[in-house]
Ligand binder design. Structure first.
Ligand code: DGJ
Length: 779
């Protein structure tokens, strides 16, 4: 609910309040963002001032008590005494750079308006309200509209800003961020997510007593170097307690957030498009929209912050027919055969996958032009490789459909290889600087999406590909960071607009195709998670989280995503061992356990697997389908993230829960483990049980001789023969308990193997061992 009177503004969600006021001088003073409060006037919230401190700039002659350097603001530019990070920077026609925005008016509207140029959140509940505050620049007459949308149910407020050039002359924006917010104290903890290819979303915490911390990407994308998602918290906050503020941005290009502690010990946060290598010219009458920033506050730690973000993403970001539809279990050809396939080999893989229970077959890279490696053919989407696919896309699609599988396809529409028909025809369509040496990335260049002709061309090409009869899924890849920023379409004085114009072109491409082909399930990908953000999630409901399919690496990666993104948005595949990215060997069951906490798929040559492993895969897929609704759309809880990782997911109706436990390394003699649980209904009686599995005796090595009547030499023929017929029984866990007990105590599990004996009351739990546990309402 929004309470506004032109002097004070209160934005209330279910459990939070955001408040600011108009100061006597017209600036907006931020007063409060925290727990829901019952307050409608500012006397106890606003800061009191009588004299400005020495060595500061006072706002004007009439207000010698006021220095903007020491006010908590909603908006700030440079030139009027605020020395902290600004939200805006401009160069005016007269060369001056100072802005002086003061309050003009406000409106409250019902609903969530769409952005004109960028993706935006939306509302179907009818419960969202939006506040637009108009600010006027006293120096040049520019207008800035600050927008606040209040999503009561999920405790989220989104913010954005629109700059309108209401002056008579042109202006150059050199920084145009989406939001600015000030806290009244220093020493806050910033949690952000860093990494690179195959190591996305590593969580990092830093406490900031002074100075500045910047979380920014410059890959041209939202980037695997650092995701736009970040959190600010009181330093003693943890999963279940403490004040935590979460931030995310609907933007897929270079982003920037800076957290700065001022000399007066206030902490400022600014957030939006990265100003580095950015400028945007606005002629009189033109406007610029900054991307939407998402804010949530939790008084109950990181867990509640994540639950808020998850609900917001599920309800107000992802859209279309796949929003709440269970996602199919897929088999992807990439790690199964890379570029080396034929129609026959693909169909063989598809058939085995179908028998194991898969529902969707995805042909990855390598199906067009002369694409037998990654040096050529990107751009040639109209040339199907007939040597590999004699019946074309349509022929393969039909055969895959005839097996009873959905058919899916990989594309990388934003790229061009120099060795391609498209480049030979249109060298001017690549982003590179004429007559200069060019840097390469995976032997490919970016297409110039600043040029509307290129976007139109790609809409046409992709529409042809997407119209393949029987096609139900697209994996949209993007494998290159930006370099040699230059659009041959734009004049010299507009080259600083390239990175943002590219993103706008990309969004037009995606939006047009998503609207034209709503039934197609789209999965984003950018060398894994190099463009994992809320902007693309407005068009694709899921994204390939990482090219790293190793179950142990995936623990930290998926744990990282879980802070801001619900599990239905990140996909996870079971792949071969030794793993192709790390060479690590992990049990098949562990690979499944971790992957089933994202959207599950398989990406390996099933035909090379042992029959008992294929049987295990079949059982896994069957189990996954049984709990798929809970796993994909339930509430996600993080419990532990150290040597033991533990997650659980509870169905929205609290009838079912699934838990995953994985151990990275055995600690000798450490025999007791407790499975933690949360989110169950305290009054409901539940049945708790583990998955009944059997283990290969070879996992016990020559300990087999402690029970064998004859001596067995390890790895001998006899050992292999025994292993074929004799299985070691897995432990049994089967209990009944009320939700309050499970939430408060968890479950004490049977003891781990500690070297002194083994039976059904002992957990066989080697390095990288994992378990899935289930909870269902007891009858
Ligand atoms: C990078 C992707 O992340 C992989 O999954 C795969 O699709 C390759 N590109 C194909 O070139």
């Amino acid at each position: 609910m929004i309470k506004a009177d032109g002097k004070v503004f209160f934005l209330n969600t279910k459990s939070t309040t955001y408040a600011f006021r108009v100061m006597e001088t017209g600036q907006l003073e931020h007063m409060y963002y925290g727990r829901l409060i019952n307050c409608d006037e500012p006397s106890v919230l606003k800061e009191k001032r009588a004299f400005a401190p020495g060595n500061t700039i006072t706002y004007d002659d009439a207000h010698q008590d006021l220095t903007l350097e020491d006010v908590r603001l909603e908006l700030s530019a440079i030139g009027k005494g605020d020395l902290r990070e600004p939200m805006l920077e401009v160069v005016c026609a007269d060369g001056s750079t100072s802005l002086d925005f003061v309050y003009d008016s406000y409106e409250v509207i019902s609903g969530k308006p769409e952005f004109k140029t960028l993706p935006s959140s939306y509302d179907e509940s009818g419960k969202v309200e939006t506040l637009n505050v108009t600010m006027k620049d006293k120096n040049h007459g520019f207008t800035l509209i600050l927008s606040y949308s209040v999503f009561e149910e999920c405790d989220v407020i989104t913010r954005s800003a629109k700059f309108i050039n209401t002056s008579d002359e042109s202006v150059r924006l050199t920084r145009m961020l989406s939001m600015l917010m000030d806290y009244d104290h220093p020493g806050m903890k910033i949690t952000s997510f860093h990494g690179g290819w195959t190591r996305e979303m590593n969580k990092s915490d830093i406490v900031l007593p002074a100075g500045k911390f910047v979380n920014a990407s410059f890959t041209g994308t939202s980037s695997n170097r650092c995701n736009p998602l970040f959190m600010i918290s009181e330093p003693d906050s943890c999963e279940e307690s403490g004040d935590v503020w979460g931030f995310n941005l609907l933007y897929s290009g270079n982003h920037y957030s800076a957290t700065e502690v001022s000399s007066f010990k206030k902490t400022r946060v600014v957030y939006g498009i990265n100003p580095q290598n950015f400028a945007w010219d606005l002629a009189a009458g033109e406007e610029f929209e900054a991307p939407e920033a998402v804010l949530t506050y939790s008084a109950a730690g990181f867990r509640q912050m994540s639950l808020n973000m998850h609900d917001f993403v599920r309800e107000h970001i992802t859209r279309g027919p796949w929003k709440k539809k269970e996602r199919p279990v897929l088999i992807n050809s990439w790690e199964a055969s890379y570029f080396d396939f034929t129609e026959g080999s693909l169909l063989k893989l598809a058939k085995t996958a179908k028998n194991a229970g898969a529902e969707l077959f995805v042909m990855d890279d390598g199906w067009f032009g002369d694409r037998n490696d990654d040096h050529r053919a990107l751009g040639d989407w109209d040339i199907v490789n007939k040597k590999k696919l004699p019946g074309g896309l349509e022929g393969l699609s039909k055969k895959v459909n005839d097996l009873g599988l959905m058919f899916g396809l990989w594309v990388e529409p934003e790229m061009i290889n120099v060795d391609s028909e498209l480049y030979r025809k249109h060298p001017d369509w690549a982003i590179d600087i004429p007559n200069m040496d060019h840097s390469e990335g995976r032997f490919q260049r970016l297409l110039d999406l600043c040029n509307p002709e290129v976007v139109d061309y790609m809409i046409d090409r992709m529409s042809e590909v997407f119209s393949t009869p029987g096609l139900s899924y697209i994996k949209w890849d993007m494998n290159r960071n930006f370099s040699d920023y230059y659009s041959k379409y734009l004049p010299a004085d507009k080259q600083l607009e390239v990175s943002h114009r590219y993103v706008l072109g990309f969004y037009r491409l995606l939006k047009t195709l998503a609207e034209r082909f709503p039934e197609i399930l789209m999965e984003g990908c950018a060398s894994g998670g190099n463009r994992f953000d809320l902007g693309v999630l407005c068009y694709y409901p899921q994204i390939w989280a990482s090219d790293n399919t190793d179950a142990v690496s995936r623990l930290a990666i998926q744990d990282g995503y879980s802070y801001g993104y619900p599990q239905s948005t990140y996909t996870a595949h079971v792949s071969a061992c030794p793993n192709h990215q790390t060479l690590r060997v992990t049990p098949l069951e562990s690979r499944f356990a971790v992957a089933s906490f994202g959207v599950l798929g398989y990406e390996l040559n099933l035909n090379d697997m042992k029959s008992e492993d294929i049987a295990a895969v079949k059982a896994q897929i069957e189990l996954y389908k049984q709990y798929r609704k809970t796993l994909q759309f339930g509430d996600f809880y993080r419990h532990r993230a150290d040597n033991i990782y533990q997650w659980s997911i509870v169905d929205k109706d609290k009838s079912t829960s699934v838990s995953m436990l994985m151990q990275r390394e055995i600690v000798a003699g450490d025999q007791y483990l407790k499975l933690e649980m949360a989110g169950l209904d305290p009054q409901t009686k539940y049945h708790f049980f583990g998955r009944k599995l059997e283990y290969n005796v070879k996992g016990f090595g020559d300990l087999v001789n402690t029970v064998s009547p004859i001596h067995i030499k390890q790895d001998s023929l006899v050992h292999n023969l025994v292993a074929k017929f004799v299985k070691m029984p897995g432990e049994i866990e089967d209990y009944v308990a009320y939700g309050d007990t499970l939430n408060s105590n968890g479950v004490k599990l049977v003891q781990s193997f500690v070297g002194t004996g083994f039976n059904e009351e002992v957990r066989y739990f080697p390095d990288f061992g994992a378990r899935l546990y289930f909870v269902e309402k007891a009858e």
